[in-house]
Design a protein. Structure first.
Length: 95
């Protein structure tokens, strides 16, 4: 059983039953940004990985996951998740 599958089992599904799981969101964003899922869930802080992680956090929040659940999945504090969501939203608005 992968780490992502285990954590998804602990956290349950978001409020919307049709929404993607955190691990699926992470896989999709990792593929789009060209980074590995392992890097996104690790302490790596390079520009490319950090932006991908923040985008995954933003998408997860938009699908109904709480900041605490997102933080547990990415091994981050809830305030770090809040900052990541805000940063990804700002970048998106600037594009």
């Amino acid at each position: 059983m992968s780490r992502a599958t285990f954590i998804d089992g602990l956290l349950g599904r978001p409020r919307d039953k049709t929404a993607a799981s955190l691990s699926q969101i992470t896989r999709d964003v990792a593929a789009a940004y060209g980074v590995s899922v392992m890097d996104m869930c690790s302490k790596v802080r390079t520009y490319k990985v950090a932006h991908a992680r923040q985008e995954a956090m933003r998408r997860a929040k938009n699908l109904g996951f709480g900041v605490r659940a997102i933080g547990v999945f990415f091994s981050r504090d809830h305030t770090t998740v809040m900052h990541g969501i805000k940063a990804a939203t700002r970048r998106m608005a600037a594009e």
